[in-house]
Design a protein around this ligand. Structure first.
Ligand code: IPM
Ligand code: MN
Length: 329
């Protein structure tokens, strides 16, 4: 049976890389029944639609959502990000953002292979806070980080479950030496879950130290679990030490499967190179491989990943065609 996929190409290079990801999945033999949704900054500029409750309700009916990139320089920061991307993450309860990194850090010799589990529904992303006396010299802005025991624990538990089928090692990354309230909640939740998984060894790094290890010693990691904002920043660095952001894939997961999960490259809409054919679709293709894993199509997903391991060259569509030819059965 064909998997029912909602496709949001989005803005900039988003539609270009998404088309290649679909080309590769179709070549793998996996049947997809796709429906395009015209959403993003360009749509917003045209008629004001960002993500209505009605469209959100339609999205709930799909098996998965494949997203390219959203955001355009003509729309002020935050409008599309909060109104579309974060709204989907929150409303569809995509509480795990899983971002795998494989490569050799620039200047390094030993390859690494690790996964960041980023909590995806809480932290400073929730929009808590506000502004007082705006535009005056006495302006005040607050933006609180919201951390619930339930939210931290479910992301941590997901990491430990994944650890059982990987190298049985999980590192918590936080800033417990300064964020003594949130960090303490995370540390206790981590310790309690760890006690349920005696076979899994654990480590802790402050986020600033983790930045050094990402560059100098990423082999120490197998699974990292961290909060939403630390995870956002660390995963751009993860991409930079793993062959570049053009290869960085991600899965926004609802592991409870109460609705569809969403798959998107870590990179943005790159309006500076739209239409040039310079965008590398590999991150979108690898995100589609994560989607195949989640849809129970692991054999096809493994073939797509293996195909992405071989060198590629040429334009966006050349690269997509090269990868597609390798996965064709
Ligand atoms: C990401 C992006 C988003 C985030 C932006 C576009 C809201 O940077 O997926 O990493 O901050 O989560
Ligand atoms: Mn980011």
């Amino acid at each position: 049976m064909a998997h029912r996929i909602a496709v949001i190409g989005g803005d900039g290079i988003g539609p270009e890389v998404t088309a290649e990801a679909l080309k590769v999945v179709r070549a793998s033999g996996v049947q997809l029944d796709t429906t395009d949704f015209d959403l993003g900054g360009a749509r917003y500029l045209r008629d004001g639609e960002i993500l209505s409750d009605e469209v959100l309700q339609q999205l709930r009916g799909f098996d998965a959502i494949l997203l390219g990139a959203v955001g355009t320089p003509e729309v002020p920061p935050g409008v599309i990000e909060r109104g579309l991307l974060l709204k989907m993450r929150f409303e569809l309860d995509l509480y795990v953002n899983q971002r795998p990194f494989i490569g050799t850090a620039p200047g390094g010799t030993v390859p690494h292979d690790f996964v960041v589990i980023r909590e995806n529904t809480e932290g400073p992303y929730v929009g808590e806070g506000g502004v007082l006396r705006k535009g005056t010299p006495n302006e005040v802005a607050t933006q609180g980080s919201v951390n619930t025991r339930m939210g931290a624990e479910r992301a941590i538990r997901y990491a430990f479950e994944l650890a059982m089928v990987r190298r049985k090692h999980v590192t918590l990354v936080h800033k417990t030496n300064v964020l003594t309230f949130a960090g303490d909640l995370w540390q206790r939740a981590f310790n309690d879950v760890a006690a349920e998984y005696p076979e899994v060894s654990t480590a802790y790094n402050h986020v600033d130290a983790a930045c050094i290890y990402f560059v100098q010693d990423p082999q120490r990691y197998d699974l990292i679990v961290t909060d939403n904002l630390f995870g956002d920043i660390l995963t751009d660095l993860g991409g930079a030490v793993s062959g570049g952001i053009g290869l960085a894939s991600s899965a926004n997961l609802n592991p409870a499967r109460t609705g569809p999960s969403m798959f998107e490259p870590v990179h943005g809409s790159a309006p500076d190179i739209v239409g040039t054919g310079k965008a590398n679709p590999t991150a979108a293709v690898l995100s589609a491989a994560l989607m195949l894993d989640f849809l129970g199509e692991s054999a096809a997903a493994d073939r797509v990943r293996a195909a992405c391991d071989e060198p590629v060259s040429g334009s966006t569509s050349d690269i997509g065609s090269q990868i597609a030819a390798r996965v064709a059965i």
